[in-house]
Design a protein around this ligand. Structure first.
Ligand code: GLA
Length: 375
């Protein structure tokens, strides 16, 4: 993204140069799906697609933002926030939660743009939230604390927007360029996990979008909570693979399946971090494949398009492994591919998927980028 475009648009709207430019990336989760709200482990990576805001502080409490992509203007007053509809609610929610946590905010004039596909499982909403938090930190002069800002943004999404998400997406913005982020969602401890050498991370967008996802997502959450109660633990994170079987005597078949996904997925994330450190990309790929099967058969959050595109990817000789990524029910998959063969892989998967599903996919190699930042 050219910061020039942002500067030019800013001067068209506000007749000046923006004082600050902030950026927050989208993310792709490599492994650890639906584990975050079970106090478990995840391994996301910030990608080179992001939301950008160019802004200048105001002397009053008004926030004005022009969305270049949606071609709409929005404004609100920090002293009298009220709920409404649309993308601006992510911005207002962050403002509300920051003020509730005691931050003194200044208003600003801004233009916003981005290239994170919406509704694709690459977490465009958390990118807007973290870019907003970064913008407020810049104009209001408070220090950037990645974990604190992730919590504030998650609260904004839970309580202001009304989506009951976990902490992974917001924490993913604490990434470092070139690394994936191994996160313990209970303690919020992070480790930077090295990506395998000579390997490309490829995003496969099925071009299907999730529908009615909130109710299905909340249903999975309550099934996981039911299982945790049965095992007598705080969260499924506390159940070991060995103890899992006990549930077969008391849990319904469906709740047992949900628990099996979470418990085995946590084990896969822990192993993934080990094999990444050891540079064993072949095993990492096998873990990707096992994760997809578990999400498809036990957690039941894939759709046909995701299953088809993952299969098309797995059939390519240059692919180590592939799986759906994000909440599921549509959106994207992620594959690990031999770097030198990534261009061929991209073409072959697009063609095979078109033939099998009749749909056009967007397939792109992505880079592990830095988290939310001030440019
Ligand atoms: C969505 C949520 C995350 C996480 C994933 C599934 O992206 O926002 O908190 O639960 O789904 O892993």
């Amino acid at each position: 993204m050219e910061t020039k475009i942002l500067e030019q648009s800013f001067s068209t709207y506000f007749n000046a140069k923006p004082e600050f430019i902030v950026r927050a990336p989208g993310r792709v989760n490599l492994i650890g799906e639906h584990t975050d709200y079970n106090d478990g482990f995840v391994l996301p990576m910030a990608i080179d697609h992001a939301v950008w805001i160019g802004l200048t502080p105001r002397t009053d409490s008004t926030v004005r933002i022009r969305s270049l992509d949606l071609e709409v203007d929005s404004a609100f007053d920090l002293d009298s926030l009220t709920k409404g509809d649309g993308w601006i609610e992510y911005v207002k929610g962050v403002a509300y939660e920051l003020q509730k946590s005691g931050y003194h905010l200044r208003g600003f004039d801004a233009v916003m743009t981005g290239d994170v596909p919406r509704g694709a499982g690459l977490s465009s909403s958390a990118a807007v939230e973290l870019a907003t938090a970064r913008a407020f930190a810049a104009v209001s002069g408070f220090e950037w604390d990645a974990a604190q800002m992730a919590r504030v943004s998650q609260k904004a999404e839970n309580e202001w927007v009304g989506v009951n998400c976990g902490i992974m997406d917001q924490m993913a913005r604490a990434s470092q360029a070139g690394y994936a982020l191994f996160l313990d969602c209970r303690t919020l401890e992070v480790q930077h996990a090295p990506l395998p050498e000579k390997t490309s991370v490829v995003i496969l967008d099925t071009s299907t979008r999730r529908g009615l996802v909130d109710s299905a997502y909340n249903e999975r959450r309550s099934q996981c909570e039911e299982a945790a109660r049965w095992y007598g633990v705080k969260a499924l994170r506390d159940v070991s693979v060995d103890d899992l079987k006990k549930g077969e005597s008391g849990l319904s078949e469906i709740v047992m399946k949900r628990a099996r996904h979470i418990v085995t997925e946590n084990a896969r994330v822990l192993e993934a971090v080990q094999v990444m450190k050891a540079g064993n990309v072949k095993r990492l790929g096998e873990l990707f494949n096992a994760s997809h099967a578990s999400l498809r058969d036990d957690f039941e959050v894939t759709n046909e398009a995701l299953n088809q595109i993952v299969q098309c990817a797995q059939e390519q000789p240059s692919c180590y492994g592939a799986r759906m990524t994000g909440a599921g029910f549509g959106g994207c998959a992620v594959a690990l591919v031999q770097e030198e063969n990534a261009p061929e892989f991209t073409k072959a998967v697009s063609a095979a998927y078109r033939q099998r599903s009749g749909l056009d996919a967007s397939v792109y190699v992505c880079k592990a980028s830095a988290g939310a930042s001030l440019i």
